[in-house]
Design a binder for this molecule. Structure first.
Ligand code: NAD
Length: 496
């Protein structure tokens, strides 16, 4: 057993009860209220952070507004924005182990995995976005202007930063999700108020320290810690915010979308998923089973695009399910500080209870638990679970569980697989496991999801847009698509 020793800097960060960053100030909540954070592996309290009030959020938005409208930041050239983002990424690289340990303590995930996945992906993404800072282009257009046929014009289209961004994120990849918002915002010249998830604000607060150290002007990045119902709602309703970008549940995303439409605030919504893993009969079944297991069990199944529905061509169904159950049964559960552990705890007692209710629902309705189906403590553990003998219309198949629970159903042919894969309110990701090139190419355009992976699952790259069809969201993150979402177009016509 290799238990990681906490860095002195990790312990010091937690012990000093981190505060929020508003403008240039590290502050408590205006009314002094705090909220406790817990270590999901033990259930013990880690520390407290400020519980932001509506006033705190308003002050943070004002700081971001002033920084956008009238500060050195508003005159920053693309090259400086590029260099600052690189500097920030370098500082994150320097503190990668600290960031990973904070993510582990606060979220429960493996520190070793967080360092090479969450933190490294965030760093790579910021560097990718730094590259865009110097490549944002408008265009010039030769116009006719029918109402003024005798005039000459010079006309061009500018792409301008959208302004103050209100960013609200979920707890499953706290740092990475924050950087998916921060990267395009800082590359384009926006300013940001970030509201991390109630449960996991620690890496966002560390990130804010690094933003200051990188040399960003005050007010460019602000972090308010607090609840969704107060701080999140205050950010959503604030009229000084130009764009909202939200990662979280479909239920909250829909509310935020409606509020944004009321004020015509620009909005991007990255929401829930129930992504299918489709294993065709011709697939390399060994790697398909391993891939399907990792598609659902990585990060304790708390992944928006987790492969939580498994469809296997009938003649191999029992074998593939048995292989996945074998992998699940061999997984070691424990603290994310133990590098030999395969799966950590869920984020909270509430999430453990939610996942447990689904497992019980499956049992009560006569489904078969092929493996797992147990929970334990201390901490919020649920064993990796595979459920079979469920109908496509069952809540286990239709609803997002957001835990290490896989439902598996056999299919007869390609049409059957596509019908069931698309029979979902969600459309975030899907994977096809097959070596039949023609079948794969026939299926890709017919799958209704924002990403399709072939012989892999949840493989993300900064250059590839990521987002959802249907109830999985509106808009895209990553790639040039993200730059488009953080900019407005302005048409300019000059009469010569
Ligand atoms: P959640 O919707 O409960 O919370 C997400 C964030 O919204 C938190 O910061 C929360 O404080 C805030 N919030 C809650 N109520 C609010 C309100 N009324 N107004 C404003 N903000 C509010 O989601 P969660 O449980 O934290 O995260 C899990 C969900 O996130 C899952 O559905 C998962 O699929 C989704 N997710 C999606 C993506 C993606 O890229 N599509 C990525 C990660 C997670």
């Amino acid at each position: 057993m290799a238990i990681a020793t906490l860095l002195p800097a990790t312990t010091a960060f937690i012990q000093r009860a981190p505060r929020m960053l508003i403008g240039a100030e590290w502050v408590e909540a205006a009314d002094g209220q705090t909220m406790p954070l817990h270590n999901p592996a033990t259930g013990e309290q880690l520390c407290v952070v400020p519980r932001a009030t509506v006033d705190d959020v308003d002050r943070a938005v004002l700081a971001a507004r002033q920084a956008f409208d009238d500060s050195p930041w508003s005159r920053t050239r693309p090259r400086e924005r590029q260099n600052l983002l690189w500097k920030l990424a370098d500082l994150m690289q320097r503190d990668a182990e600290l960031l990973a340990q904070l993510e582990c303590l606060n979220n429960g995930k493996s520190a070793a995995v967080a360092q090479v996945m969450d933190v490294q992906l965030a760093i790579d993404f910021l560097r990718y976005m730094a590259g865009w800072a110097t490549k944002i282009e408008g265009s010039s257009v030769e116009v006719s202007v029918p109402l003024m046929p005798d005039q000459q014009f010079h006309s061009f289209i500018r792409r301008e930063a959208v302004g103050v961004v209100g960013a609200i994120v979920a707890w499953n990849f706290p740092l990475l999700l924050a950087c998916w918002k921060l990267g395009p915002a800082l590359a384009t010249g926006c300013t940001v108020v970030l509201k991390p998830a109630d449960e996991t604000p620690l890496t966002a607060l560390k990130l804010a320290e690094l933003v200051q150290e990188a040399g960003y002007p005050d007010g460019v990045f602000n972090v308010v810690t607090g609840t969704g119902i107060t701080a999140g709602a205050a950010l959503t309703h604030n009229p000084r915010v130009d764009k909202l970008t939200f990662t979280g549940s479909t239920a909250v995303g829909k509310e935020i979308g409606k509020i944004a439409m009321d004020s015509m605030t620009r909005v991007t919504l990255e929401l829930g998923g129930k992504s299918p893993t489709i294993v065709m009969a011709d697939a390399d079944l060994g790697s398909a089973a391993a891939g399907a297991a990792s598609a659902i069990f990585f990060n304790q199944g708390q992944v928006c695009c987790a492969g939580s529905r498994l469809y296997v061509q009938r003649k191999h169904f029992d074998n593939v399910v048995a292989d996945i159950a074998g992998i699940a049964n061999a997984m070691k559960l424990g603290s994310g500080l133990d590098a030999s552990v395969d799966m950590g705890p869920l984020i909270s007692a509430r999430q453990q209870e939610r996942v447990w209710r689904y497992i019980e629902m499956g049992r009560d309705s006569g489904a078969t638990i092929a493996c797992g189906g147990e929970r334990f403590g201390p901490g919020y553990f649920v064993k990796p679970t595979v459920i079979v003998d469920v109908d496509q219309q069952h809540s286990l198949v239709q609803e997002e569980i957001f835990g290490p629970v896989l439902v598996a159903i056999p299919f007869d042919d390609e049409a059957d697989a596509l019908r069931m894969a698309n029979d979902s309110p969600y459309g975030l990701g899907a994977s096809i496991w097959s070596n039949d090139l023609a079948a794969v190419h026939r299926m890709i355009p017919r799958i209704k999801s924002g990403s399709v992976w072939v012989n892999c699952h949840s493989a993300l790259d900064p250059a590839l847009p990521f987002g959802g069809y249907k109830m999985s969201g509106v808009g895209r993150e990553m790639g040039y698509a993200a730059i488009e979402h953080y900019t407005e177009l302005k048409s300019v016509l000059i009469k010569l």
